[in-house]
Design a protein around this ligand. Structure first.
Ligand code: PMP
Length: 449
């Protein structure tokens, strides 16, 4: 049976073009065939703990029957219906999202994080057009940010290694320095450094001319660009600056939404901040089905209700807000609430994954950055020089963890092409034993290099 399995793996991968593909004829690509909880099984029957939750999306872990049932039931009842009209799961979910965001939001559904951001950009431009600010078209994001793979979202993305082969991006996308206190160019203590990074945004808006700047897009915690975690004051300051200059604040909660950081949404770590637009995907369905969402404050949506103006939002997605995906999201949120996942992440993040801070005594660990179940370990050749640990060593760490049955990731692009940040983001339902396994494995591997 095992021989047969390998045969299947070979056949299937031979015509499949993998994501983030880098051709290597010797690579042994992973083929997963089943999964339960935080663990999946490969074609040879070996078990792995998924320490990055797929692509940080599988928040409730593999194999929850009640979520699969919710999808099947909805497909039998109403297979498909376009959101040019209504269906009950979409209406109910939009209401639930508004409640969870703690404001009054109107939600447009799509299929992915990239599309959720593209939708936000189009809403923002039309909003300014309809409120007498036709000149406001520019979007500002931070270097190190990842906002998606499609050309608009990629233009907001500001990591050279993800862009250079596909540039130029769309016009009107600008980038500002991130709140990256570990390698701060500003000096001062880390919090001051973050606030100076916020100040740069204001300088940029002034220099560009506020009448040209439409919106600022940010993740509360940069994930794809090396897990960069600012002080809450940075987020608060940025929100104030945006408000002052009539620059809409788009919060990309694709990774940080739905409990990953120990709050329902990442922006909630910064008291008093209420983004104009919140984009989400991944944790919205825990990866059980594709779904993206763009939640917009009602004051902005009101502009699209004005009569006597061309208020037609000419935007549609065939599968966006698919009934089965919305039913899955509703079930996902029900479980998050019933099982107190957000508090769980807050507590176990500290009590269990937080033990990885002990690695700060290791010469190759420059910084351990953590919020809830989202961790980045910035690896360096030595603490003094902070030179990023080389690709070969990074690969060795990830490879040794894999041998021991733990999947972790690496990203960063700290220096273009240098992914020297180890990524750890296990499912939010990981048992205490699972979390101990993650900590022990990462610790023993790092101490062995
Ligand atoms: N925003 C952020 C912050 C992301 O991390 C990602 C995906 N990793 C996206 C947007 C794009 O999401 P998708 O891959 O679903 O298009």
């Amino acid at each position: 049976a095992e021989v047969e399995m390998s045969h299947v793996a070979e056949k299937t991968t031979s015509h499949l073009w993998n994501a983030m593909h880098r051709y290597n004829p010797d690579a042994q690509d992973m083929m997963a065939v089943s999964g339960e909880g935080s663990w999946f099984v490969d074609a040879d029957g070996k078990k792995y703990l998924d320490g990055v939750s797929g692509l940080w999306c599988l928040n409730l872990g593999y194999g929850r029957q009640e979520i699969a049932d919710a999808a099947a039931e909805q497909m039998r009842k109403l297979t498909y219906f376009p959101l040019t009209m209504n269906h009950p799961p979409a209406v109910e979910l939009a209401g639930k999202i508004s409640q969870l965001l703690g404001g009054d939001y109107q939600t447009f559904f799509s299929n992915s994080g990239s599309e959720a951001n593209e939708t936000a950009f189009k809403i923002v431009r039309q909003y300014h057009n309809q409120t007498g600010n036709q000149g406001k078209y520019k979007f500002i994001s931070r270097y190190r940010a990842y906002h998606g793979s499609t050309l608009g979202a990629l233009s907001a993305t500001a990591q050279a290694n993800r862009r250079v082969k596909y540039d130029p991006g769309a016009p009107g996308f600008l980038h500002v320095y991130p709140p990256y206190s570990y390698r701060s160019i500003f000096g001062g203590d880390p919090e001051e450094s973050d606030l100076k990074a916020a100040q740069m945004l204001e300088e940029m808006i002034n220099w560009e001319g506020e009448e040209t700047v439409a919106a600022f897009i940010m993740e509360p915690f940069i994930s794809g660009g090396g897990v960069i975690i600012p002080f809450p004051k940075y987020i608060q300051r940025v929100a104030e600056i945006c408000k002052k200059h009539n620059v809409l604040l788009i919060m990309d909660e694709v990774v940080s939404g739905y409990g990953r950081t120990g709050k329902m949404f990442g922006f909630m770590h910064a008291e008093g901040v209420q983004p104009d637009i919140v984009t989400m995907a991944k944790g919205l369905t825990s990866g059980y089905l594709p779904l993206g969402a763009t939640a917009v404050k009602s004051e902005i949506y009101d502009v699209f209700k004005q009569t006597g103006k061309d208020n037609h939002f000419r935007h549609v997605s065939t599968y966006g807000g698919h009934p089965a995906a919305c039913a899955v999201a509703l079930k996902n949120i029900e479980i998050i609430e019933k099982e107190n996942i957000v508090e769980r992440v807050h507590e176990l993040g500290k009590a269990k994954l937080g033990k990885l801070h002990a690695l700060m005594d290791h010469e190759n660990v420059g910084e351990v950055r953590q919020v809830g179940f989202l961790l980045g370990l910035e690896m360096v050749t030595d603490k003094q020089s902070k030179v990023p640990l080389d690709e070969a060593k990074m690969g060795e760490i990830v490879g040794k963890c894999k041998e021991k049955g733990l999947i972790i990731g690496k990203n960063g692009d700290t220096v273009p092409g240098q992914n020297n940040v180890l990524i750890i983001a296990p499912p939010l339902t990981s048992t205490e034993a699972d979390l101990n396994f993650v900590v022990e494995t990462v610790e023993s591997v790092i101490r062995s290099i």
